[in-house]
Write a protein that binds this ligand. Structure first.
Ligand code: TXE
Length: 450
């Protein structure tokens, strides 16, 4: 039995059995049949099927948000917004079903064209920080392209995805089109990443597990998309609208209690503005409300688990400035901390912490800012704050990162590609680009001289 623990209270809120290898294999067999059925439906039927998923998510938004909030420790206002995004994700990709285009290519001696064909069974292995949204970013484009899906949520945060699976099963869709299977990553996850019946694996999680997924998928040459960790830079130039940059920065690193692959956990600030930024940032962070995730006013909940709390605690050093007050009593609570001008080789600067700890680092020139921003094994996200348009473009083009924003700390939009450079992974989620990751490209040449 797997016990689900509410990280804000440490109470067991649900128990359910974990799947084993045989169950995972049976799910793959069922999924193959579902895929053939789904791909043979008309375009309108597939579109309507996806709209029905969006509608059932909307109709159950409050329940799904409460499950997510109690399972992850996520503030309820965030969870509501995330579940609304899940519904929008299915609506967006419902509109894509009949817009998956090929090309005609000028050639001699005939006509040449390309088709984007479904891959087959897609396995989605999702993490615990944004369980349902991240699963949906992969389920929706996979379905739009004519694939079936098996989702394996992280063992510690299964509730929203399990309920989503139950809701989808009530719809008039091919049986087993979307199956949710809960089990340990090293057992059930491994079956999905190694079984010949799975064509594609979309994995979101740690870089170390991503490497394991790659190795395991190699034997059967699976297609893979990896969305892994990050150590994103928030680069603030002195010519920026400093008030706006300061107001936005705490949410960008401490949102979801820092458990965000896009967390701007390295804040690089031009020296001329450094002291003002640091004092403003600490004050803005102190105004964040830490506490009961069920309270709509709460900004920060607890960390997701006891294990994760002890991992994040190992990053706390004596020079960290405490910015806020965590509740006493049960729960995996941690108040935000700020480390000012740290040694650039320290773990707080180099490692993905995945908790509420920010490093603020000074720089003196644009070149130095770029060098510091790129001085990491990761390359997922990042921000540039400046009022100089030329500088904004220069720095954005020079940063080794897949998802950047200027004068904004946003990373994710349903319409735009999301993914990383370097050890943050490869492949892109979201936008029309995601469809390329869920289709095989086929070229057909027709001889017109025969
Ligand atoms: O992730 P794992 P963990 C980072 C973050 C965090 C660290 C560890 O730094 O502290 O990873 O988190 C499944 N084959 N991110 O240990 O292990 C697992 O069951 C197949 C960043 O929880 O990567 C879960 O469903 N699957 C990240 C998923 O992989 C396996 C989000 C992720 O778990 C498997 C989460 C295996 N051998 C953590 N082993 C981000 N990019 O946002 C585990 N799994």
């Amino acid at each position: 039995m797997n016990s689900v623990i509410n990280p804000a209270t440490e109470e067991v809120i649900a128990e359910f059995p974990m799947a084993d290898v045989a169950e995972a294999e049976a799910a793959i067999d069922r999924s193959k049949k579902a895929q053939r059925e789904w791909a043979s439906l008309s375009l309108n039927e597939r579109r309507d099927g996806m709209l029905a998923i969006a509608a059932v998510v909307d109709a159950n938004l409050e329940e799904l948000a409460r499950l997510e909030s109690s399972d992850v420790g996520k503030p309820i206002s965030d969870a509501r917004g995330e579940v609304a995004m899940v519904a929008n994700c299915f609506r967006y990709y419902a509109g894509v079903v009949d817009k998956i285009l090929g090309e005609t290519i000028p050639v001699d001696g005939g006509v040449d064209m390309t088709f984007r064909e479904p891959m087959g069974v897609v396995a989605v292995i999702s993490p615990w920080n944004f369980p349902l949204p991240i699963a949906s970013w992969n389920i929706a484009p996979a379905l739009a392209a004519g694939n079936s899906v098996i989702v394996k949520p992280a063992d510690i945060t299964t509730l929203s995805t399990r309920r989503f699976g139950e809701l989808v099963a009530t719809l008039n869709l091919p049986a087993n089109l979307v199956q949710v299977i809960c089990g340990p990553g090293r057992v059930v996850g491994r079956v999905l990443t190694s079984h010949p019946g799975v064509a594609k694996v979309s994995f979101t999680g740690s870089t170390a597990t991503g490497q394991d997924v790659m190795r395991s998928a190699a034997d059967t040459m699976k297609r893979i998309t990896l969305e892994l960790g990050g150590k994103s830079a928030n680069v603030v130039f002195a010519d920026a609208d400093l008030d706006l940059a300061i107001k936005s920065a705490p949410g960008a690193v401490f949102g979801n209690t820092g458990q965000d692959c896009c967390a701007r956990s390295r804040i690089l600030v031009e020296r001329k503005a450094f002291d003002d930024f640091v004092s403003g940032f600490v004050a803005a962070t102190e105004s964040l409300k830490i506490g009961d995730p069920a309270d709509p006013e709460t900004h920060l909940g607890p960390l997701v688990s006891r294990d994760h709390h002890s991992k994040v605690s190992s990053f706390i050093t004596d020079d960290a400035v405490l910015a806020g007050q965590a509740p006493d009593g049960p729960g995996f609570w941690m108040a935000p901390r700020v480390v000012v001008d740290p040694d650039l080789t320290s773990r707080v600067v180099t490692d993905e912490i995945f908790g509420p700890i920010a490093a603020i680092i000074p720089f003196d020139s644009e070149e130095e800012a770029i060098r510091l921003a790129n001085d990491t094994i990761y390359g997922l996200s990042g921000s540039i704050w400046t009022t100089d348009l030329g500088r904004a473009f220069r720095v954005a083009r020079a940063m080794e990162s897949g998802t950047l924003s200027v004068n904004s700390n946003s990373s994710v939009r349903l319409q735009t590609p999301f993914g990383g450079f370097k050890q943050s992974g490869f492949g892109r989620e979201l936008g029309l680009e995601a469809i390329n990751g869920y289709t095989e490209l086929k070229n057909v040449f027709i001889n017109t001289q025969a």
